[in-house]
Design a binder for this molecule. Structure first.
Ligand SMILES: [Zn+2]
Length: 423
């Protein structure tokens, strides 16, 4: 079976790293994460050095899928959905109960879907307007006896470059340019005891899904990566990579299917947000959603799940781009309906990874886009089929370029449970 071995990859920066997102005038702006295509390209170079046929390794349906790598002391729980909001004036996660600079982040999907949308328009703390806060990775940390969330970010720095006009050996004005690089230090989005922002060595976390039947040493190749991105000759992009492998074992969906189809979801006790299984997440989501619906509400005749984009997704084919995620395209049974969505639109660079040629911009659905589906109660077999399909979608993703990190999804990202700000 394809994609049944999950490699947890940690990349530590030993020098600044160039991952150019776009060129704006004479400035090359950096991405805030390491795209899956960059890690994939580095592994491909190592495989090529060992004489492997790259097409055979990378150009096949069961090829490994390299996810984007995000900054943090530990891997993110997920990407904040576009339904996450924060105070317009004092934005961001509260770092402790005394934080006066930030009024917190909460999710509005459940309140919007249940029709009780009074909570989202105003900040619960100061009463001012709010602004969307989705699309960022979020990490769960234990602080003061409870779980809190942070959004660690890499720190970028700018370096000047001059291109020398060859014929005269002189620096030509027109060839001065600036590059943004990711620094070896990141902002943990936490405070020191003194109240100063905590910094740490920049670490990035990614997942790589591989086929357990592959004869190739993906773990060793990943750990042999010591360089990422461009400008190696100038000492940029040196890294160390650690890999922890785990085999995917299917979950026993029978109990969850029975509880969901009976309309009595109850998750098995409180778990750390990043330790919740797919089934824990779906059960907890339904429990919270039901709590917003009155007993006789006919929306209680269904159970629900969301599909949350963890990276930009390029859907559609040569006939044109698509911007909706339809149940049939996801391989879900016909009785599953999409009932609500909040999608963002973007464009993604079509870089062709290891082989280096730029491709045209592709229209894409943005990371953080969220789609809500419902399934009628009373059919355990249907529930089982939907749960199994959901697990497959998390492993295999959607649309084009999944092998380079696009189209990754999470079902019921735990942030949808955060209907109020954590103090
Ligand atoms: Zn506020």
């Amino acid at each position: 079976m394809a994609s049944d071995r999950r490699l947890k990859v940690t990349i530590q920066l030993k020098s600044p790293l160039i991952v150019t997102a776009r060129q704006v005038g004479f400035v090359g702006e950096s991405e805030t994460y390491i795209p899956g295509r960059v890690l994939r390209g580095a592994v491909a170079r190592i495989a090529a050095q060992e004489g492997k046929d790259l097409n055979r390794l990378f150009d096949r349906p069961d090829a490994p899928r390299f996810g984007h790598a995000y900054a943090g002391r530990k891997p993110p729980v997920g990407i904040l959905p576009l339904t996450a909001r924060t105070c317009k004036r004092w934005s961001g996660f509260r770092r402790d109960a005394q934080d006066d600079d930030r009024h917190g982040v909460w999710d509005t999907l459940v309140s919007q879907v249940s029709g009780d949308d009074g909570t989202e328009a105003r900040c619960p703390r100061c009463g001012q307007g709010t602004t969307p806060w989705g699309g960022r990775p979020y990490v769960a940390i234990r602080l003061g006896g409870q779980w809190r969330y942070v959004s660690p970010t890499p720190i970028t720095q700018r370096i000047g470059r001059t291109a020398v006009a060859r014929e005269r050996g002189a620096v030509a004005d027109r060839l001065l340019y600036t590059l943004e690089v990711l620094s070896q230090v990141m902002d943990r989005d936490e405070l020191e005891d003194s109240g100063e922002p905590l910094k740490a060595t920049a670490k990035f976390h990614a997942l790589v899904w591989v086929d357990g039947a592959d004869p190739w040493p993906w773990d060793r190749w990943l750990e042999s990566v010591h360089h990422l991105g461009g400008d190696r000759s100038r000492g940029l992009g040196w890294v160390t990579v650690e890999v922890e492998a785990e085999d995917y074992t299917g979950q026993n969906v029978a109990n969850a299917a029975a509880a969901l189809s009976a309309g009595t979801p109850s998750p098995p006790g409180e778990r750390a947000p990043d330790a919740m299984s797919l089934l824990d997440r779906i059960l907890a989501f339904n429990q919270v959603l039901y709590a917003f619906l009155s007993e006789g509400d006919e929306r209680r005749r269904y159970w629900y799940f969301t599909l949350d984009l963890q990276s930009d997704a390029v859907l559609g084919d040569v006939r044109g781009a698509r911007y909706q995620v339809e149940p049939a395209d996801l391989g879900l049974p016909p009785s599953v309906e999409r009932v609500w969505s909040l999608a963002g639109y973007t464009q993604t660079w079509g870089w062709s990874d290891a082989w280096g040629l730029p491709k045209p911009l592709l229209p894409a659905l943005a990371a953080g886009s969220t789609f809500l589906f419902r399934v009628p109660l009373g059919d355990k077999e249907l529930a089982r089929e939907v749960l199994e399909r959901s697990a497959l979608l998390e492993r295999e993703g959607l649309g084009q370029k999944r092998e380079e990190g696009l189209g990754w999804v999470q079902v019921c990202t735990p942030f949808h449970l955060e209907t109020e700000v954590r103090e």
